[in-house]
Ligand binder design. Structure first.
Ligand SMILES: [Zn+2]
Length: 227
């Protein structure tokens, strides 16, 4: 998990929501309905392979139109990039997805590596991935809480709330996938607000090691050895 490096106001509970691995019909649209009803803005880290489907792309377009941010979460989501030996494959996972996102992209060209169950480590990026993130002036957005909503589709809100109470500003990874977990999104948002929490769309700086192509934090913890 990325560690806080900045001071926060005491007593504030701040939460940034991100939804990975979509867009997914009958799931992403319900998530968007809940976010609209509660006035929460979030980021959707989409898969290129899904965005190629017009029905799924329409969901990303709706999210963008409603003020959410669209980020890149690789094309195939098959293997963490730090474990892929061929540089050309790593580059195309990022670049082809970004090309398809096109005008839906956040200006900072957000990219979230595939963690494989949410772990942070040197499997996240390869040297080729870092190179392309820098040359394409992209931003790498990690996370500091993974409540594993896919394993615990009904109980994840309590897990997530406990994680949010451990630090002043939580960047939470959820999944707009058909696991049933998103049926509990409204409950979670209500629980955070009952605790005096507020939602914000931007990211804790300690979770963004690369911004617009510039490395702002040491990258060694996230990059595999050169092939
Ligand atoms: Zn993912």
């Amino acid at each position: 998990m990325c560690q806080p490096s900045v001071k926060y106001d005491e007593g504030t509970l701040q939460v940034t929501l991100t939804f990975d691995n979509g867009p997914e019909p009958d799931v992403t649209d319900r998530v968007l309905d809940v976010l609209a009803a509660t006035g929460v803005k979030a980021t959707f880290f989409v898969l290129g392979a899904k965005l190629a489907d017009p029905r799924r792309r329409a969901l990303a377009e709706r999210a963008h139109a409603e003020g959410h941010w669209i980020g890149n979460h690789t094309w195939s989501h098959a293997e963490p990039l730090g474990r892929i030996a061929e540089a050309s494959r790593v580059v195309s996972e990022i670049v082809e997805t970004q090309a398809l996102i096109g005008g839906l992209s956040h200006p900072d060209r957000l990219f979230r590596p595939f963690g494989g169950g949410g772990a942070i480590g040197t499997h996240l990026l390869s040297p080729a991935a870092v190179e392309v993130l820098k040359s394409e002036r992209m931003s790498c957005v990690l996370w500091n809480a993974v409540p594993r909503d896919w394993e615990n589709p009904l109980g994840w809100p309590e897990v997530a709330l406990a994680q949010c109470l451990q630090r002043p500003w939580t960047l939470l990874v959820l999944h707009d996938l058909p696991t049933g977990a998103m049926s509990r999104l409204l409950v979670f948002i209500d629980r955070v607000r009952e605790h005096g929490g507020r939602f914000r769309q931007d990211f804790p700086p300690e979770c963004v090691p690369i911004r617009n192509g510039e490395a702002l934090l040491p990258l060694e913890p996230y990059v595999s050895a050169a092939a």
